[in-house]
Design a protein around this ligand. Structure first.
Ligand SMILES: [Mg+2]
Length: 176
């Protein structure tokens, strides 16, 4: 169950304390896109996301995008940020993360992953020994494949709660 448990649980990306990441030695923040930053049917970032990415970069952290979605969606979204992006990542598999580390040159202990799903984002990143940040999804709407994941996710949430590891809605940091 440890592989599903995030290191840091936030209500939304707005609530992320970047100083906390920097104290952990994080240098690269890897963001999922769909339902982490925007709903899956929003092609581009909104001003809130733009302000967040600027805040991350201004704090001295680098940004990358890793998504299980298709190339066109990911590149359209990421292009304005001039940050590396990795579509069709097949999270929770390790391959894309390995490729990213080879290309960008960060160690696993310098990388944080922000995502909204236990089964893809948290599991994949924990397997890589990255620092894991779970956010509440931004929208209730999900892609079909994600809907199936959410059923399993609810079961895992229930198990984690029973073991006192993670309680849904019991955030480390909330939006003020
Ligand atoms: Mg997502």
């Amino acid at each position: 169950m440890k592989l599903f448990t995030p290191d840091y649980y936030v209500e939304s990306y707005h609530a992320i304390d970047l100083e906390r990441l920097k104290r952990q030695g994080i240098a690269l923040l890897v963001c999922d896109i769909d339902n982490t930053l925007v709903p899956h049917d929003h092609a581009r970032a909104d001003d809130d996301v733009r302000a967040f990415i600027k805040r991350v970069k201004d704090s001295g952290l680098a940004v990358a995008f890793v998504s299980n979605n298709v190339k066109e969606r990911v590149e359209t979204f990421a292009s304005e940020f001039h940050a590396p992006c990795y579509p069709f990542a097949k999270k929770p598999l390790k391959r894309t993360y390995r490729k990213m580390m080879n290309e960008l040159g960060y160690r696993s202990d310098q990388i944080a992953v922000l995502g909204d799903q236990l089964l893809t984002d948290m599991l994949g990143a924990n397997r890589m020994h990255f620092y894991t940040i779970l956010t509440n999804p931004v929208a209730k709407r999900d892609l079909k494949c994600t809907k199936v994941n959410r059923v399993f996710e609810q079961m895992i949430f229930s198990l984690l709660e029973k073991r006192g590891k993670l309680k849904r809605g019991n955030y480390d940091d909330k939006v003020l």
